[in-house]
Structure formats: C-alpha cells, structure tokens
Design a protein. Structure first.
Lengths: 451, 464
C-alpha cells in the first residue's frame, strides 16, 4: 500500500471514529512543471509538488465534506472533525448514501509516461523555445509571440471507503501551447496552437508553433460578416467547447433537478443522425481516462447519443440511486478540495467519412467558425439557448474565403445538434470543455449576427 | 505577534531566502499562506454541499536574468520551505547572493467586526433558508431556487531579499442566489450576489433581498422577447455593468500584456483614449470592497491608481516585475490565486468614476437602442481588443423609454472603439463583486460605475 493509500484508509477510520456512519477519502498527489517563454528567453520555470485529501462522510442521509493539506495524524483528525461537523449542518437527503461496492475495474495501461520526469528543465525549456521559434519563423507576418508554454504533470490518486469502492492509479500528461500575434492590414490577430500527450516525447513543437502562426495569419484583414442564417462548419476546437457544455446538460444531476435542456428527453430524437456521442472513460488517448471514477466506481464506455436519440445520461452513485439507474462511472472532481459530482470523462464525438474539404463543399456558402468567446456567459445552461462571440472564415462556393471577426452565432443546443449534417473524418483531442475528441462538424443552419 | 510572524518565523524566512539565492539571482521571495474556508448551498430547499477545509503552504521565487524560478510546497514547516527554496534555485549556476536583513511591517488589514468563523454554521444554514423562502415567495412561477454561502480567511506573509517582511489577514464572505422561473415551456434564470472583504456583519441588513432580486429578474425574463441584432446605442447599467470596463480596458492596462506588445493600449500612455467625461481608477484600498487587501501578494501596499484622467490614459497596473522592467513603481497589483502560483499584474477594484449625467437622461436621449442592466460575464483578447459579453438582463429602448425585456443578447466589439464611443457617464454609482480569471488564476475583483452609454455597439441577439 502506498503512503497515499494509507492516508486515505486512515482518514476513513478517523471519520468513523468521529461519528460518521460511512466515509470515503480521496487522496491526491501531483508533481508538475511549467515553463513559460517569451522573446527567446525563459520567463518562468516552475517546479511544484502538491498533496491533499478530501473526506466525504455520511451520517444517516446527511453528507459533509472536509479537506486539507496536512496529512499527519493530527491533520487527518482535523479533516475528519470538519467533515463530521459539516454533515451535521446539512439536511437529510433520502438518496444520500455511500457508493456500493462495484465490480473490479478493468485494467487500463499507458496512462503514465515514465520518461516525463527524466527530461531535465533545460530540455523542456528548449521545447517551449522551439515552439515559439517555429511560430515566429513560420510566416513573416507573425510579429510576436504573446507566450509559449510547456506544462507537465504526474498525478497519483488513492481512494478508500468504508462501503467498499476504492483503488489507486497514476497518470501523467503534458501539453504545450503558443499564442502567436500576427500583424497586417491595419489590425492585429492572435492564433492559438496546442498539443497534448502523456509525455514530452509525444509533443510536436513544430506542429504547435505552425498552428499558432497559421491561425493568427489567416485572420489578417478580417471583417464583420453580414447578419444572416447560413450553414456553419465548426472547427474541432469549437465543436469540443460546445460538446463540453452538452456534457453538463447530459449529467443526471442537472436533468433530475430540471435544469438541463435535455430534461425528460431520454429516448427522444435530440440530434441529427450524423452526430454520435460517447462518454469513454477507458480510451487510453483520453486525458480523463482512469480505471475508476472519483468515487471508486469503474470507468466505462457509454453511448450517450446514437441514431439521433438520447440513449442515457451520465450518472454517479447518488444520481443513479435517485434515478433508479446504475452509475455509469461518471463521478468526477477537480481535486481534493471538492466532493465528487457528475461529470463527463472523455467525450468522444463520432467521426464521419468526409474530409474537411468535403465538409466545406457540402456547406457551399456559409461560415467556418475557428474560435468562440464568451461561452461561460453567453449560454443559458437551463434552456441551452446561446449567443456567443465568434471569429472564422467565410465559406464561398465550397471553399474557405475571407476572414471574419466580431460576429455572434446563436441557436440552442438541441436545435444545433439536430442541424448537424455531417461529422468530419479527422477528430482531434481537445482540452477545452473537459477532455473531448472532436472532428469538425457541419451544421446545416445557424444565425450569424454581424453588421 | 504580527500576522506575518504568525505564519513565518523571520529567522526561518531569512534562512530560506539565503538558500534560494545560494546559486545566484537578483531577487528572492517567500510567500506563505494559511487559508481556511466554509461553503454551503441550498437547493431543492435542502442544505447540502457543506464543505470545510484548511490548507497551508508556501511558494518561493528567485528572479535571475529575467527568468523567474518558482517552486511551491504544501506545509509551512521550515523543512518544507527550505525544500521549496532548494527546488527554485536548482536550475541556477551562479555565485551566491546575500539577502538583506528583514524589516518587519504590519499594515492594518481590512477591518472585520464579526469573524465568520465565530458564527455557528447553523446560522449560515438559516441565512440560506431565508434566501430560499424569499425567492419562492416572489411568485408561483418561481420553480427552483439555489443559493450559496461562502467564507474564506487567508493569512499571508511575504518576505523578500530586499528586506521586505509583511503580512495580511484577509476575510471575505459572499452570498449568491439563483432563481429559475417557468411558464409552460419557457424557462428563465436570474441571479444576484452580495460579497465583501468584511465579516459576517455584511449580512446584518436583510441579505435575503438578493434572493428577491434574483427571482424578480427570472420572472421579468419570462416576458422577454428575442434580443435585437445590429449596431445601436447601448446603455450599460451601474455596478456590475463595470465589468465591461474591466474587460475592455482594465485587462489591457495590466503591464505584462502591455510590455509584450499584447495590448491594444501599448504605446498609448498619455494619449486620449476616451472622451473627457471619462475618468477611471483601480483602487485596492476601498474599505471592505471585494477586491481590497492591505498589501498585494508581493507585499506592496495596495493603492488607488488613476488609470484614465478625463479621457487620457495615465497609468498601467504593475507588479514588481513589470514595474522593474520599465523603471516604474509597483502599483500594488501583484496578485496570485494562492501560494501555488506566480504573481501577475491584476486589477483590484476597478471603476469608472461617477459622471454628471442623470441615468434617466442617458436613456431618454436614445431613440432606438439596447439597455444592458447586467451581464453574465465577458471575455476579451487584450492583444486584439476584441471582446464579448453575455447580457443576463436586457431591455429594448424605444423613443427614449425602456420597453420590453430581451433574452439571450450578446454585446460584441473592440475595446478602443467602444471606449472612445462612451458618450455619457451617470452620476449614480455602485460597486459589485466579481471573480476574474487570467492565466488560469482566479482572484476576487470589484467592478463599478454608474449608468454609461456607448454611442454604437454591436448587439448579437437571437432575433433573426
């Protein structure tokens, strides 16, 4: 048993001793590094370790949560006391209970790249510098790079509970991105390039730098489009952002509380046939992949939308009990500070047969949306109605044409899904909106507001 | 004992700084922090999500040749701190440098009359029940009410190799209410918040009125029609309307963006960027305001900085590093989310100073336009100046009158043009609370203004 697992087990014992009926501890430990470069120089180099524990307790139907960074015997006792005190403040909930024991989790391998920690600081700095250099050299219109960043992290998690579920796993991840600035016409444009992998060897700094440069330069000379309703092609990064929102709407918690545009739509037609969506907690390429979810239930692959119909929701143990369903292994959490709640693991949008050029041909005349802004403020999460800022390129005669900026696209989530005509053939893992594998999507019709 | 000494023994701090400079560097700093908090919520009229935590740790930073070397650890034991110092210095290869002796300072923190930690948790739960009832009593169409309570205390200590040794004791409390109204298939939400860098005394004066306000907004939206689309005069409401200025100007005045040439305001110091009726400040000392602290997270005392003086851009917001880069003085804006992060130039409480126009006249002069009372949030790219805002309470203005409510409007534009287009500033003024994100770090900020009119701005609505 690792030190982390011992801390988790010990916290559970202390919670029971402090008066909890059941208890579950989540202990997390991470070491990470970050390099930021600017103008050919290293701006900052961060090396850090962090460790903490969160403890969920049940006293009858009352739930409390305590957390802390002090994992000494006294520290764990203080966390247990806080959690038990918190439970006494909460009201009873008939569905609240510790998760029941589950099947043993499936084996998942390849989640951690051992080479990550072996790369010295100077080498990862060079990786970030080469991302920046590539962006600057890719096109003479790239005037500067706002920043280029490399980050890697190794994370270990141990879960223990009095009711059965538990386990331990280790993952690693790294990413690099660049924000390039291009100048031309009388304006200035920014472009994001990024890549993710389990370890630095999986990153391609040249591709990342070029992507940033391309995205910035292709926007030079952009203008506002005329307001109209037209076909829209969503870039994979944009499709991923929207699907991240959809993931929240698919959570059984928002549905059960009547706060989802998908409430009471189970089994109904909610999307075009071309839009297929899975939650896949076991795909080794996905960054949310783990053998167990945040409350120790095995992760799995779940069909959410298939044949245009809503097949199931995402459940954790609480919402499963409340909804008379089984957990889909979708308890997630952002760390030891917060208790588990329903969340998507890796959302995988089914890829189609059409290449991007074919999607653009199918669109005929319309807009290619490269980027959206204001998703957190422009979407009503209850109704799914949205209006968000966007930039991209005009599509004319089935080909990419002039760059467009300062417009909004508006629809509602379900109408947008129903209007999906095709999915592109080349999906990409995107870290926006959670962990999403997204191809480009052709939406038959959307409202574009410009001048 | 001062706040700083309660967290960090000065003798230990000196040792840690010496260790941090063991392989060279021009500057070293240790930032120690202890934080404790309690949050809870009410949903479906049930108290839930009661969470209580305590964390402590420190970050050590060494600056050398323009590079920041940074390491952080959980825990405040001398051995933890020395390990962080060792890690921060690990990549350096130069001659040892000597830190100066520490000179302790103890600036007075924001006053707290009634520490929230001393209030029984049951009283906080009671407060949430009051909010729940108040919102539900606003009308039969209120279907759901959610409310949340949060309190946090952050004690911080900063010691650096220039001899600074200071600390702060920060208490913040907040309440939020959200109501969902339904009429047949129409569902609308309304939200309101109340928060301050104060203690539980903030809630002495009928805090449940925020729940009534949230319910009123949700109910009003049930009658909303689609938002207009196109370019038109836009009147922005006071208080949280100030988030527009925060996004479209404030971020662009943060010196790190400016120095990288990634701000549309770079090179514009001393120039006219707005009409003479506009003056704006960042003020980290406003008593009790959400973005106020005694010192920033580098130990610099907070201050009131005039940003725009009668239309002219007169200052940028600095942390130590950006100030040193151009020989300026730090402005007390070096803030960080926690000991786990490097400080960055950040806003505190940013606001447009009250003007001379009456709000009624600001609206009355508009023939056809849009009235954005409050926002759900917004986003800006400081490099291009492009911004976007989601409006959560908006109305049409027709013939100088506020007419029907609109749903789903988005304001979109470019900072320089929109700032220059502000042609009226109201004499009414208030502040609201916000959480600002930058570089993945969230910090509490205040925004404020009276009613403000932008002569022309694009409204992207849902009307086709």
């Amino acid at each position: 048993m690792s030190g982390l697992a011992r801390s988790a087990a010990s916290a559970v014992e202390r919670a029971l001793a402090a008066g909890a009926g059941d208890a579950e501890a989540y202990a997390g430990e991470a070491d990470n590094r970050e390099v930021r470069v600017h103008g050919g120089k290293v701006e900052s180099l961060t090396a850090a370790t962090q460790r903490g524990l969160g403890l969920r307790v049940w006293i009858g139907g009352r739930v409390g949560y305590g957390f802390g960074t002090d994992l000494s015997a006294e520290g764990l006792e203080a966390i247990a006391d806080r959690a038990v005190e918190a439970a006494h403040v909460a009201d009873e909930d008939e569905f609240a209970a510790a998760p029941a024991a589950a099947e043993p989790p499936p084996p998942v391998s390849g989640l951690s790249d051992p080479s990550r920690g072996e790369l010295a600081a100077a080498r990862i700095a060079e990786l970030a510098l080469s991302v920046e250099r590539t962006a600057l050299q890719a096109d003479q219109r790239v005037a500067a790079v706002e920043q280029a960043v490399y980050f890697d992290s190794g994370e270990r998690v141990a879960i223990a509970s009095s009711s059965g579920p538990g386990g331990e796993y280790e993952t690693s991840s790294c990413y690099a991105y660049v924000q390039a600035l291009a100048e031309g016409g009388d304006g200035r444009e920014t472009g994001l390039g990024f890549g993710l992998a389990r370890g630095p060897a999986g990153l391609d700094p040249v591709a990342i730098g070029r992507e940033g440069a391309e995205r910035a330069t292709e926007m030079i000379g952009s203008s506002k489009p005329a307001s109209r309703t037209c076909a829209v092609v969503l870039d994979p990064t944009v499709a991923a952002s929207f699907v991240g929102l959809l993931g929240k709407a698919l959570g059984a918690d928002t549905v059960q509380r009547g706060r989802s545009p998908l409430a009471e739509r189970l089994g109904e037609e909610v999307a075009g046939e071309a839009f297929v969506l899975h939650d896949d907690g076991l795909d080794p390429r996905g960054f949310a992949t783990a053998p167990i979810d945040a409350e120790g239930t095995p992760r799995r692959r779940t069909a959410l939308i298939e044949g245009g119909r809503l097949r199931t929701l995402l459940y954790d143990s609480y919402t499963a009990r409340r909804g008379g369903a089984a957990s889909t292994g979708n308890a997630g959490r952002s760390g030891y500070r917060t208790p588990p709640g329903v969340s998507a693991s890796n959302l995988v949008i089914g890829a189609g047969d059409a290449g991007l050029d074919e999607l653009l041909r199918q669109a005929g005349d319309g807009v290619y949306v490269n980027d959206v802004a204001g998703l957190h403020s422009g979407v009503n999460p209850v109704t799914g109605i949205f209006s968000v800022g966007a930039s991209g390129l005009a599509i004319r005669g089935g080909e990419r044409a002039e760059p467009l900026r300062e417009f909004t696209i508006a629809s509602d989530l379900v109408s947008m899904l129903r209007a999906v005509r095709s999915a592109g053939s080349r999906p990409r893992w995107v870290p926006f909106g959670g962990s999403v594998s997204a191809p480009p999507l052709l939406i038959g019709e959307m409202t574009v507001s410009g001048s | 004992m001062s706040v700083a000494e309660g967290l960090l023994d000065p003798a230990v701090a000196e040792r840690v700084l010496a260790r941090a400079l063991a392989h060279g560097g021009e500057f070293a700093e240790v930032f120690a922090e202890r934080r404790a908090g309690l949050t809870m919520a009410i949903d479906e009229s049930r108290i839930e999500s009661v969470q209580s935590g305590a964390e402590e740790g420190a970050g050590v930073r060494v600056l050398s040749g323009g590079t920041a070397y940074f390491a952080h650890v959980d825990g405040l034991e001398p051995v933890d701190l020395e390990r962080a110092a060792g890690e921060a210095a690990a990549a350096l290869r130069a001659q040892r440098a000597e830190p100066r002796a520490l000179r302790p300072e103890a600036p007075p923190p924001q006053p707290v009359e009634h520490p929230p930690g001393e209030v029984p948790a049951a009283r906080k739960a009671e407060l949430l029940r009051e909010l729940d009832e108040r919102a539900r009593s606003a009308g039969g169409e209120i279907e759901q009410v959610m409310a949340s309570y949060g309190e946090a205390r952050r004690e911080v200590a900063v010691a650096n190799s220039a001899g600074l040794f200071s600390g702060d004791d920060r208490t913040r409390v907040r309440l939020g209410a959200q109501a969902v109204a339904r009429r047949d298939e129409r569902v609308e939400t309304g939200a309101e918040t109340l928060g301050a860098a104060r203690g539980f005394e903030l809630f002495d004066d009928d805090p449940a009125q925020i729940a009534a306000a949230a319910a009123r907004k949700a109910l009003a939206l049930l009658d909303a029609g689609p938002a207009p689309t196109g370019t038109m005069p836009v009147v922005v409401g006071g208080g949280f309307g100030g988030v527009l200025f925060h996004e479209m100007t404030g971020h662009g005045l943060e010196a790190d963006h400016v120095q990288k040439g990634a701000s549309v305001y770079a090179g514009k110091l001393g120039e006219r960027v707005a009409q003479p009726l506009l003056t704006a400040y960042d003020d980290g000392r406003l008593p009790g305001e959400w973005g106020s602290d005694a010192i920033d997270d580098e130990g610099t005392p907070t201050q009131k900085t005039r940003l725009i003086d009668e239309g002219r851009l007169v200052a940028f917001l600095h942390d130590r590093r950006s100030a040193a880069a151009e020989g300026a003085a730090p402005t007390g804006n070096g803030r960080r989310e926690s000991f786990r992060r490097l400080p960055l130039p950040r806003m505190t409480n940013t606001y447009i100073a009250p003007g001379e126009s009456k709000p009624e006249a600001i609206i009355g002069d508009v023939e056809e336009g849009f009235y954005a009372v409050s926002f759900a949030g917004g986003q800006v790219d400081p490099a291009t100046g492009d911004f976007v805002f989601g409006v959560n309470e908006g109305y049409l203005i027709e013939g100088g009158e506020v007419t029907r409510p609109c749903r789903g409007a988005t304001l979109i534009g470019n900072c320089l043009a929109a700032l220059a287009a502000i042609d009226a500033v109201g004499d009414d003024f208030w502040m609201k609370i916000g959480i600002c994100g930058k570089g993945g770090q969230k910090v509490p900020v205040g925004t404020g203004q009276g009613h403000v009119r932008i002569a022309a701005l694009t409204v992207g609505g849902t009307a086709s």
